[in-house]
Design a protein. Structure first.
Length: 60
């Protein structure tokens, strides 16, 4: 039963991480301080055109 519980927890956490990586987030551009909405990864700020790199650090 313990292994089943660990496997289930691992599967649920994996799905949560996958869903979080597909979302878009409201952040402040580190270059121009504008409020922007970007996906995870590298994006260009629509205000200043500089690159914004959003990464998520999961610690479950």
């Amino acid at each position: 039963m313990n292994r089943l519980s660990r496997d289930l927890e691992k599967a649920v956490l994996g799905q949560a991480k996958e869903a979080a990586n597909k979302m878009r987030y409201d952040v402040t551009c580190p270059h121009c301080q504008s409020k922007i909405n970007v996906p995870v990864g590298k994006s260009l700020c629509p205000k200043c055109g500089k690159q914004v790199n959003l990464s998520l650090d999961f610690e479950f």
